[in-house]
Design a protein around this ligand. Structure first.
Ligand SMILES: C[S@@+](CC[C@H](N)C(=O)[O-])C[C@H]1O[C@@H](n2cnc3c(N)ncnc32)[C@H](O)[C@@H]1O
Length: 277
């Protein structure tokens, strides 16, 4: 009889990372925490599941896709190669958007380019149920399928979420106005050599790249947002760490006031926030 603890030890030996081995085994044997299951016996089916995951992991596929889920703020999101793997910087972007949204009641929030649903579904989940409406959009119907699957994981707050398909603001009826618009758009320049190989190979290119300077999507969102914001409403954008000054200029040129660039936990320019009068 093999135990969960033994499987963890042998997997650690094979892949050389104890934490990654823990998460793979937890997923294969379907437990929330391996610590409570180390002495439990494993079945052949669990071992076969683990072997398949380990083979994918050793082949270079990102751990998050191999696991099929990843934690984002308070949610455990389903993720697969149809969507970008949610990043920790984006948790910070979501935190900024939430702080602004909490000041308004009732509030209508829009997330453009939702992918897995990370930002928009977290906002719906963390804001009070009463007086909250969150719209999430994406151009990619496959990504919206993943977001829909994740909608089920936010419980009662799901009733506050509306889903729309289409390119940026074209996804929405022109009469809709929002208090907060938030987006982590694609912002990498085509051909950027800093992009890691596994990102290039596995993550959806439409979620990553945006023209020769990486700013095509940001330009479109910044120019379209003022007409979609209610008076005093705010735009919150995740941006590339070298884009702060340019995005600030774009925001001011589009008529926003008080455009601010906020660094992420690593001290890099990452979040642009601006409001309309
Ligand atoms: C950087 S990913 C962000 C995904 C998710 N919001 C997150 O933060 O993890 C950008 C998303 O924008 C979507 N996207 C790209 N072009 C778009 C467009 N023209 N209109 C709407 N969404 C678009 C992509 O499909 C992708 O899901």
């Amino acid at each position: 009889m093999t135990t969960v603890g033994e499987l963890w030890a042998s997997t650690t030996e094979v892949i050389g990372d104890r934490n990654h081995a823990r998460w793979l085994v937890e997923t294969a044997v379907s437990v929330d925490s391996i610590d409570e299951a180390v002495a439990e016996p494993v079945t052949d089916r669990m071992v076969a599941h683990l072997d398949r995951m380990v083979a994918r992991y050793r082949g270079g596929e990102p751990l998050q896709y191999v696991l099929g889920h990843w934690a984002f703020r308070h949610l455990e999101l389903a993720v697969d190669p149809r969507v970008l793997i949610p990043r920790s910087e984006t948790e910070e972007v979501t935190g900024v958007a939430l702080t602004i949204a909490r000041r308004v009641h009732p509030r209508r929030v829009l997330e453009l380019g939702t992918g897995s649903g990370a930002i928009g579904l977290s906002m719906a989940y963390e804001l009070p149920i009463e007086g909250t409406e969150v719209w999430i959009t994406d151009i990619d119907p496959d990504a919206l399928d993943v977001a829909r699957a994740n909608l089920a994981g936010i419980g009662r707050a799901a009733r506050n979420v509306r889903i729309a398909a289409g390119s940026w603001f074209d996804a929405l009826d022109t009469s809709l106005r929002f208090d907060v618009i938030v987006s982590n758009p694609p912002y990498i320049a085509d051909g950027d050599l800093e992009v890691a190989t596994d990102v290039l190979e596995y993550e959806p290119h439409r979620a990553l790249f945006s023209g020769s300077d990486g700013l095509d999507a940001i330009r479109e969102i910044v120019s379209g947002a003022p007409a979609r914001l209610r008076s005093g409403g705010s735009l919150v954008l995740e941006i590339g760490y070298r884009q702060g000054a340019t995005v600030r200029s774009l925001l001011l040129a589009a008529g926003f006031s008080g455009a601010e660039i906020i660094p992420d936990a690593a001290g890099l320019d990452r979040i642009a926030v601006a409001s309309v009068p």
